[in-house]
Design a protein around this ligand. Structure first.
Ligand code: PXP
Length: 246
């Protein structure tokens, strides 16, 4: 069965540009309002330990500005858990985080971190926050997600995006197969599969065509494209490509 495919727009990099000059422009809240106006389905924001883009005060401002569900990307740390419990976003996606990385490189090692994740997942769930784990499309990681009882997993599409950039058709096909198979397996086990990272106008359609996927979270490319065509136009085009692929 094919589900409707939601588009969550990650607005982190509006804050990256803002922070480059230390002022308050461009404001990620304005981006969130535009996402709502053009029919985006959700706002995604990653509060990193180093606050390099989104900051604590942005979260409440985003929540006040739109009725769209907020998907908070967070590391599995006590600090981030406290913040999530304070803001009560609609969803929390647990991501791996390394201070020196440029972006989230690879999925969470949910299997290795199982015991750390149990209390975090439990407390988020008790607060009615929809918990997601950002994992590679790997059976072992998915099995841990099933054991942890999370309602959602988000599959990391970075390797797929890199394989396309490298022009490696064999690796592209392999990555796509992994994501397709694990999306089916997640759905079969009652977990809603999402996907994201490195998605662009050029590579989104084979991912959007995976019938079980319920949501894509897309950020950097949309914000970059917005420089040329405006955020509204960039989101509309992504939405059209996603719909066309279904
Ligand atoms: N999903 C998750 C869990 C992420 O960490 C990110 C990057 O912050 C994205 C989606 C969006 O990736 P991109 O900015 O490459 O579109």
């Amino acid at each position: 069965m094919t589900h409707p495919l939601r588009l969550g727009v990650n607005i982190d990099h509006v804050a990256t540009i803002r922070n480059a000059r230390g002022g308050d422009h461009p404001d990620p809240v304005r981006a969130a309002e535009i996402v709502a106006q053009v029919g985006g389905d959700g706002i995604t924001a990653h509060l990193r330990e180093d606050r390099r883009h989104i900051r604590d005060e942005d979260l409440a401002r985003i929540q006040d500005a739109t009725d769209l569900p907020l998907n908070l990307e967070m590391a599995a740390t006590p600090e981030m858990l406290t913040i999530a419990l304070r803001h009560k976003p609609h969803a929390a996606c647990i991501v791996p985080e390394k201070r020196e990385e440029r972006t989230t490189e690879g999925g969470l090692d949910a299997a290795g971190l199982h015991n750390t994740l149990v209390p975090i997942v439990d407390q988020l769930r008790d607060a009615n926050i929809r918990v997601s784990l950002f994992i590679e499309a790997d059976q072992r990681q998915l099995e841990t997600a099933i054991r942890l009882g999370v309602p959602v997993v988000e599959f990391h599409t970075g390797e797929y995006a890199h394989a396309i950039l490298d022009g490696d058709t064999e690796r592209t096909a392999k990555e796509l197969r992994r994501i397709t198979d694990m999306s089916a397996l997640a759905a079969k086990n009652g977990i809603e599969p999402h996907a994201g990272h490195g998605l662009t106008f050029d590579n989104v359609q084979p991912i959007a065509a995976i019938p079980q996927l319920a949501e894509l979270n897309i950020g950097h490319y949309l914000i970059g494209e917005a420089v040329f065509t405006g955020l509204e136009g960039a989101i509309r085009r992504m939405r059209d490509l996603m719909d066309e692929a279904r």
